[in-house]
Design a protein around this ligand. Structure first.
Ligand SMILES: NC(=O)c1ccc[n+]([C@@H]2O[C@H](COP(=O)([O-])OP(=O)(O)OC[C@H]3O[C@@H](n4cnc5c(N)ncnc54)[C@H](O)[C@@H]3O)[C@@H](O)[C@H]2O)c1
Length: 275
């Protein structure tokens, strides 16, 4: 198969659903084989349901239906032994790793001065330290090959703050710095690192009732109310991105079309950062 990622080997975290899943499918459409990594269970303290292991199997079937190979890896990105073992399995199975996409992430919310130690620590552990541990785990393979691309999934909150998201904002600003550090240190080996920084995306992370109720300030907040809110948050007259909008940007940065691009943060933000 020819494609923009023809015969590349990609590791994608958070691949059971949402942006990770959409990226896996776009990558497979463009000729890549995909290691699909996810925790596949609820993350304690997170106010919405996590992905299920069965969803990882469904994404594997979708990738295989596109004629590409897929591996499913159940691992917690915060756990050094698990993430290292998962990445070692990919390298041992397919002999190389060309691309890693760090899309695993969580959300929770509270006023900055009311965040609990647990909310703070879980957020930093998953959305910052987990991203670091994944990038660290794949780097030796890329360095050995003297090629490859890392794509970090940040957020518009890598660039600005939002009320009730101090911990998420701090973690995502951290991802921006981490991406730049990896870009700087891996460039001598011909490896690029960039981030894609979305505004709101229609995934379970934000399209769950707990999140909607926070947004509307009352129980039973509807999708129509959320649409009105987000139309004001964004600049383009579009309420939210679809996961494939983010996957297309990740695909570009992972592909050879972006061979001259490293260390950049690409907002896919419906113009939200213009405000
Ligand atoms: N949805 C949005 O509005 C939005 C906006 C900006 C940025 N993002 C970012 O995009 C990324 C993907 O989020 P999404 O919207 O697809 O959410 P999602 O909840 O649909 O998917 C996140 C996935 O990450 C997995 N995951 C969570 N903790 C994990 C862990 N410790 N180890 C391994 N896997 C874990 C979950 O099981 C889930 O499958 C996140 O980094 C998020 O912060 C999302």
């Amino acid at each position: 198969m020819t494609g923009r990622l023809s015969n590349k080997i990609a590791v994608i975290t958070g691949a059971a659903r949402g942006i990770g899943r959409a990226t896996a499918i776009r990558f497979a459409e463009e000729g890549a084989d995909i290691a699909l990594l996810d925790i596949g269970r609820d993350v304690p303290g997170i106010p919405y349901a996590g992905a299920r292991g069965s969803q990882l199997d469904e994404v594997r079937a979708e990738v295989e239906a596109l004629g590409r190979r897929a591996l499913t890896l159940t691992a917690d990105v915060t756990n050094t032994a698990q993430i290292n073992e998962a990445v070692a399995t990919v390298a041992a199975t397919w002999g190389r790793i060309d691309i890693a996409v760090m899309a695993a992430g969580i959300d929770s919310w509270a006023s900055a001065w009311e965040l609990t130690d647990e909310q703070w620590q879980t957020m930093i552990d998953v959305n910052l330290t987990g991203v670091f541990k994944t990038a660290r785990a794949v780097s030796p393979s890329l360095i050995a090959q003297k090629s490859g691309a890392l794509v970090f999934v940040g957020s518009v909150l890598s660039h600005r703050a939002n009320k009730q998201f101090a911990h998420y904002t701090a973690a995502k600003h951290g991802v921006l710095g981490l991406m730049r550090a990896f870009a700087l240190e891996l460039a001598p080996y011909g490896i690029r690192a960039n981030s894609v920084d979305p505004t709101v995306v229609k995934t379970d992370m934000v399209m769950n009732q707990a999140y909607l109720d926070r947004l509307g300030g009352h129980p039973g907040t509807t999708l129509d109310e959320a649409r009105e809110y987000y139309l004001k948050w964004n600049t383009l007259p579009i309420p939210w991105c679809e996961p494939v909008d983010i996957a297309n940007a990740v695909l570009f940065l992972a592909s050879e079309e972006a061979r001259a691009i490293t260390g950049i943060a690409l907002p896919v933000d419906l113009g939200a950062l213009l405000k």
